[in-house]
Design a protein around this ligand. Structure first.
Ligand SMILES: [Zn+2]
Length: 160
């Protein structure tokens, strides 16, 4: 149980009379934050999990599950940028993981997101060609032109 103010004052005077300095007086704020996080790790981890569930539930339309397939194991669930370019967006707001979930809540849960499981994310990425080497018009065109040159070369070889 927490000590009353009178008890704390008494303890303080007693420590002072014995010349005992407060334990953490010389800490910087960063050191104090680190110590707090170390001591309260389990509690903070639990809060992070509950917060993730809150955000995923919001974007899952009321249930903490993938909107495509219904997968509901928390470890598989992610927030999907419906229009793509999630990596660029996260880089622009400088937030990843828990920071990104906090950004969503702080910004009043913007509408362009939804809860997807990682499998559905991969399927979407494949369907929309959201992978690095072929996702720009320029790179698609250059691959096409290389292929065309190859065909021409083969045709020349057959003619010769
Ligand atoms: Zn899914």
């Amino acid at each position: 149980m927490a000590k009353s103010v009178a008890e704390r004052v008494r303890d303080y005077r007693e420590r002072k009379s014995k010349g005992i300095k407060p334990i953490f007086r010389n800490e910087t704020v960063a050191q104090r934050v680190r110590r707090y996080r170390r001591v309260h790790y389990d509690e903070l981890e639990e809060n992070r999990k509950l917060f993730k569930i809150e955000v995923l539930t919001h974007y899952g339309g009321g249930t903490c599950a993938c909107v495509e397939c219904g997968e509901n194991r928390n470890a598989c669930l992610t927030i999907d940028h419906i229009e793509g370019s999630g990596r660029k967006h996260r880089k622009a707001i400088k937030a990843e993981g828990h920071g990104f979930y906090m950004w969503l809540k702080k910004n009043g849960f913007p509408g362009e997101f939804r809860t997807l499981c990682m499998n559905c994310q991969w399927v979407k990425r494949y369907k929309n060609r959201e992978y690095n080497h072929l996702n720009t018009v320029a790179s698609v065109a250059s691959v096409a032109s290389v292929a065309k040159q190859g065909v021409l070369l083969l045709a020349l070889l057959f003619v010769a």
